[in-house]
Design a protein around this ligand. Structure first.
Ligand code: FE2
Ligand code: FE2
Length: 292
């Protein structure tokens, strides 16, 4: 199977651009893959709420009933909150929607505020609640081939150690103990476009975009052409931002399309480094990748 074109439409980003679309902290990417087998529509993440993904998909003219699968980059609410709407749309046309995620997708992900208040950033739905909408749930730690050219990347290796930026997250053991959460569920999606290379789509990049891109190139044995998503570099030192960019460039990355949790400092450096191949995404932003 040969993919010759990929269209990405941002269904939700923190920034609405100059559109009338709804935006809230979170990310959802609609991915349309054109191959010699036909067209597949996927979602990487579903944004923070059912209301936003419903409103924006309708205004953008994207029919979510033909989505083949939802890939959840990780369990945070700003990437999983719209899941019920997409499942309901699939149910309305008699489909069981495939949802691909890590086995930790239903675990709490607690952050502690300065006054030690707990705030659960995890998926806002329990397993019991979600299963009533009959998803075809595929929970795996490993990479998963969605088609010949499209892979869910699974748990990401620590090729460059960026684990200090995961500090501050906790999860809860069965006995109620709060323990550090290194977000092993955080991953990405990669599509190989013939003649171009890999497109890597990431939700929040808690694992480090350099690690995610490295894993994509190891999994699909290809250079990476472009990165799309949130890079979560808000707390990164300038050295770690520059080292991450160096790794991306070494792996072939020519274009970056970033938003959500990337952070202004990193966006400034990325913009200086990638120049006219740097794009700040927003809700409603559309990208077309065409192979040679
Ligand atoms: Fe996020
Ligand atoms: Fe996150």
């Amino acid at each position: 199977m040969t993919v010759y074109r990929v269209d990405v439409c941002v269904l939700n980003d923190d920034y609405s651009g100059f559109t009338k679309l709804l935006s809230s902290h979170g990310l959802s990417l609609h991915v349309r893959i054109y191959s010699d087998n036909g067209i597949d529509n996927l979602l990487l993440d579903v944004g923070p709420s059912n209301r936003i993904i419903k409103y924006n998909s309708e205004l953008l003219g994207l029919d979510l009933s033909d989505v083949k699968a939802v890939v959840l980059s990780h369990r945070h609410y700003d990437h999983t909150g719209g899941l019920k709407h997409v499942l309901r749309v699939s149910n309305s046309v008699g489909k069981r929607l495939t949802v691909i995620a890590h086995p930790w997708i239903f675990k709490p992900s607690i952050t502690l505020s300065s006054d030690k208040q707990e705030f659960d950033k995890g998926m806002p739905y329990s397993y019991e609640e979600l299963i009533t909408l009959k998803p075809n749930l595929i929970l795996t730690k490993s990479s998963l081939r969605i088609s010949d050219s499209t892979y869910y990347l699974g748990e990401i290796g620590n090729y460059i150690d960026l684990s200090k930026y995961k500090e501050g997250f906790y999860t809860v053991l069965d006995d109620g103990e709060l323990v550090p959460d290194n977000l092993p569920d955080d991953t990405g999606l990669s599509v190989k476009v013939e003649g171009l290379g890999l497109i890597v789509l990431s939700g929040c990049s808690h694992s480090g975009i350099a690690n995610i891109v490295k894993q994509a190139s190891e999994t699909l044995k290809e250079n990476v052409y472009a990165v799309v998503g949130g890079l979560h570099m808000l707390k990164y030192s300038e050295d770690d931002i520059r080292e991450s960019i160096r790794i991306l460039k070494d792996l072939g990355v020519e274009s970056v399309y970033v938003g959500h949790c990337t952070g202004f400092k990193a966006e400034k450096i990325l913009s200086d480094e990638f120049r006219d191949k740097f794009y700040k995404i927003h809700t409603g932003f559309k990208i077309t990748f065409k192979g040679g």
